[in-house]
Design a protein around this ligand. Structure first.
Ligand code: XMP
Length: 317
């Protein structure tokens, strides 16, 4: 029978025994799993844990700064690496979803590896792999941008000759959250919606430009904040906005506009394998739609995605 408290005691002892005085590097993503793994290891080995948090330029608005600050407050030894410009330049002109994922995965590993080489004599790579990642070791859509990609379970990029430690590999998601709570991690962090490794790149249909990223970050920010302010965030499993590669005609004052369309998506799910669209209140949708169109330059139309999975997927790419 699983109890978070005894799990923490046992795994901390096990990690101490295994790692001894060696150094460990871990990639933080801002998500629940990597955060809980980091806090556990911090408890076990303290400053010998080196965390790296990479900004791929495709995170939510202000996410990099906010999450990095949170990590520092939690006492983690974390280095933030802003590689936005590099990711965006490698992605320029690419519109195929799988190619985008591959580029992001590759650049992430290059950036991470560069940083890991700055840590002298590092012996271990820690990952936030959880049990469902272990059993479902092939993702349908291809590699994620985090090193905790399903594809890396049991294997490593050749150039990283590190031993793997995966303190959460026997746990389900709800158990990870309970462990996180026992460790004193903020409810807000533990309750975060899942966010894909390739980030906003797979929610910008077609090619990616810094301007499109800016537009989508603004739209997403209004939507997610709105969900929080209206007490809806915790009722939804995952939510976000998608920037469509079409312009539509609108009118502003007595001017005709021809601007971007965004789609909002909010789903209920337990594991992401199946999902239903959420019946958000009409009043809420009206308010959010007005706010987006009034505040986000370049957008003149908002639509709501009412497709379930299957046959649709949660992401559009
Ligand atoms: P789909 O779109 O396949 O998404 O219904 C199911 C869940 O997986 C997430 N997702 C990804 N996560 N790398 C990730 O780390 C990816 O390439 C990727 N594609 C989809 C998606 O956000 C949802 O939670």
């Amino acid at each position: 029978n699983f109890t978070p408290k005894s799990f923490v005691e046992e795994i901390v002892a096990e990690m101490k025994e295994k790692i001894q005085d060696e150094k460990v590097v871990l990639g933080l993503s801002g998500g629940v799993d990597s955060t809980v793994a980091a806090v556990l290891l911090n408890k076990a080995i303290g400053k010998n844990l080196y965390c790296i948090f990479v900004n791929n330029g495709l995170l939510r608005k202000n996410e990099f700064e906010n999450v990095l600050n949170q990590y520092k407050h939690m006492g983690l030894n974390v280095k933030g690496v802003d590689a936005s410009a590099r990711f965006l330049s490698e992605l320029a002109g690419v519109d195929d979803p799988e190619t985008k994922r591959k580029i992001i995965g590759r650049v992430f590993i290059e950036v991470f590896d560069d940083e890991a080489h700055h840590i002298e004599d590092v012996k271990f790579l820690a990952q936030g792999t959880i049990y469902p990642d272990v059993i479902e070791s092939v993702s349908v859509k291809g590699p994620s941008a985090t090193i905790k990609s399903h594809h890396n379970v049991g294997g490593l990029p050749d150039f990283m000759k590190l031993q793997i430690v995966e303190p959460l590999r026997m746990l389900f998601k709800d158990e990870v959250r309970r462990v996180g709570k026992t460790l004193g991690i903020d409810d807000e962090l533990l309750g975060r919606h899942p966010f894909p490794g390739p980030g906003l790149s797979i929610r910008i249909l077609g090619d990616i430009t810094p301007e499109k990223v800016r537009i989508l970050q603004e739209v997403d920010h209004i939507f997610i904040n709105g969900l929080k302010e209206h007490g809806l965030y915790d009722k939804v499993w995952q939510a976000g906005a998608i920037l469509l590669p079409v312009n539509s005609v609108g009118v502003m004052g007595d001017e005709r506009t021809y601007e971007k369309v965004v789609a909002l998506r909010a789903v209920e799910s337990t594991d992401g394998m199946t999902a239903d669209w959420v019946h958000l209140p009409y009043d809420f949708m009206m308010k959010i739609s007005n706010e987006i169109i009034n505040k986000v330059k370049g957008v003149n139309r908002v639509v709501y995605d009412i497709s379930s999975k299957p046959p649709a997927t949660i992401e559009w790419e």
